[in-house]
Design a protein around this ligand. Sequence first.
Ligand code: PLP
Length: 451
Amino acid sequence: MTETRKSHLFYQSRQRRPMLDQARGVYMWDIDGKRYLDGSSGAMVCNIGHSNERVLEAMRRQMEKSTFGYRLHFETEPAERLAEKTAALAPEGMEKVFFVSGGSEAVESAIKLARQNAIATGEAQRWKVISRQPSYHGCTLGALALTGYAPLTAAFDPMMRPMPKVPAPRAYLDGLDPNDEATGHHYADMLEERIRSEGPETVLAFIVEPVGGASTGALEPPAGYMQRIREICTKYGVLLIHDEVMSGGGRTGKFFAAEHWDVAPDILVISKGFAAGYAPLGAMVAHNDIVENVLNDGGFLHGFTYAGNPLACSAGAAVLEEIEREGMVANAARIGDELKAGLQGLMAKYPVIGDVRGKGLLLAFELVRDRETLKPLPRELNAYNALVDIAYEKGLIIYSRRTRGGYEGDHFLVCPPMIANSTHVAEILETLDASLAAFLETTVDRRLQAG
Ligand code: PLP
């Protein structure tokens, strides 16, 4: 949009957007009164919808008592309560919770705890953290070194220690059947090969998004993959870290996405849906033994000033209560199936949609030039921006990234809040339908006809 309002703010680019006035449930309004359906929950954050009255009330009550209590000076009731609730949701034996203010901080915390555990257990030669290509684990330098998304990492390569990458299991691009366990084992075995070639005694951890986020567009692991990587990590004494920053919190139809495969990591991280946008909050949850090892060895050399902030923790606790009270995880599974079927319907109508994927309400579709070869659209079309802008004009917010190495390919995350109902789904699909038609007419058809 063309914007003349002066601003002293800057983020990634010069792009301007309208000024937000208010947000309620799945809708947001700008100051001109235009309404938007938040079809991506922000950046897959506002999982319980906007302005939930019970969460606001819990925050108001906490605000009247205290908004800050430094962790070296006080323990706070909201932090204790939220840690207890979080531990109860985590896999058995993972009862230790470390609070942070966002996803990147949570990932940094996880790799530093893993490293200190290795030192504490006499394995100081372990420092390499294997991750996947593509992946997204955060923008701070430690988390960025694990991120497989060259447009975001390349400029900073000289400032980071390179970390080994293995291919993400994108069976659909490799022409493999995602429902065949042999496919899952094929990709998991690449991890084993990499651990061996790096020297198992040097490998500290493997980090994985159980259901992919922005970089892969809601990639689901093929059958057998999650179980096999767990076995491989255990075999080589490599810690398994689940990055559930986006997939955790119920959006996939289970509170932690890894529950779909009944596997437990050694450390997990959660953030976006944890306080669902009501306050900046994230957490690392670790196996008791790891925390014992580190605390017995002199303590964890890491911590953020805002960690365990009572206001943020009161929001987090209230969000977890709302998720449970309203049965939102089950709703995410049910409405997610409905939305996915609708996206598949759009795929049947528009050959430009090459794939629909994801679980629950962590869903995405990908545009291609040719559905047979899955060749992407010409990169100069910038479809990933163009379609988002068209939908935005029509009052629907979706989230996009480039699929292939971050430089071409276009996928779109469709992830409304977990309170979405069938009427909202119908509105999303209708607006997407109109947006795709307008996109094809104004962008693709003209461009492809011109050669
Ligand atoms: N890990 C995953 C899987 C993410 O999706 C993100 C953010 O998109 C992060 C880590 C980083 O979180 P944050 O942006 O809160 O630092």
